[in-house]
Design a protein around this ligand. Structure first.
Ligand code: E4P
Length: 227
């Protein structure tokens, strides 16, 4: 399962790109409003930070089809290749998805909560569908099961649209989504870090260092090899 970072915060993106194997950044209107300032400048700065080879997902804010298409074209013109347009699912969303796909613009259908919505989005031409795992879990539904239904449906019918699972609150949700067949997932910075962290890892590394230093007086293997 390939991974994105789900934030518009430049510092979090800089740190994420430095340490983690990420294929891109996903944003949404809420994440951009949280940063304040001029969202166009923020998006330009994110693109400059991640380079042109990583993906950047940006959601349209217009609500009428023609204006959404115009806005999407302007976003892609500004941010270049590997920019994907997030379109909220719905009747207008499907119409816009088909129009953007015909223009060769990649679409991530967002605000997906059912396999039915995902199937329609895929057939309209979306490159990715984004089911919201934690928001489903929060209403006592099963976000992982929805991801599994979508992934199974796509596999069964040779649909090459990918699941970009979104809305995570815990590392456990991420692993359960990976096991359910999610192709990609976008994680907030704290969940990304949570995936890496384990108290036994720190303890293991500390005891390796203590044993080595006790035996070899604090000299590293590099120092011994270079003598
Ligand atoms: C994805 O498309 C959404 O922007 C995002 O992941 C939703 O996450 P939240 O439920 O934590 O707001």
């Amino acid at each position: 399962m390939k991974l994105y970072i789900d934030t518009a915060n430049l510092e979090a993106i800089r740190e994420g790109m430095k340490y983690y194997p990420l294929i891109g950044v996903t944003t949404n209107p809420t994440l951009l409003s949280r940063e304040g300032g001029d969202p166009v400048e923020t998006l330009k700065a994110i693109r400059a930070l991640i380079g042109e080879d990583r993906q950047l997902h940006v959601q349209v804010t217009e609500t009428e089809a023609d204006k959404m298409v115009e806005e999407a074209r302007a976003i892609v013109a500004l941010l270049g290749k590997n920019t994907f347009i997030k379109v909220p699912v719905g009747e207008v969303g499907l119409q816009v998805t088909a129009a953007l796909a015909a223009l060769g613009i990649g679409v991530t259908e967002t605000a997906i909560f059912t396999a039915g919505q995902a199937l329609l989005a895929a057939r309209a031409g979306a490159s990715y569908v984004a089911p919201y795992v934690n928001r489903l879990d929060n209403i006592l539904a099963d976000g992982v099961a929805v991801v599994r239904d979508i992934a199974d449906t796509f596999a069964m019918h040779d649909i090459d649209t990918e699941v970009l699972a979104a809305s995570f609150k815990s590392p456990e949700q991420v692993i359960r989504v990976a096991l359910a067949g999610g192709h990609t997932a976008t994680l907030p910075p704290d969940v990304l870090k949570g995936l890496l962290t384990h108290p036994l890892t720190g303890a293991a590394i500390d005891s390796f260092a203590a044993d080595w230093n006790n035996a070899f007086g604090g000299k590293t293997l590099r120092e011994m090899l270079n003598k």
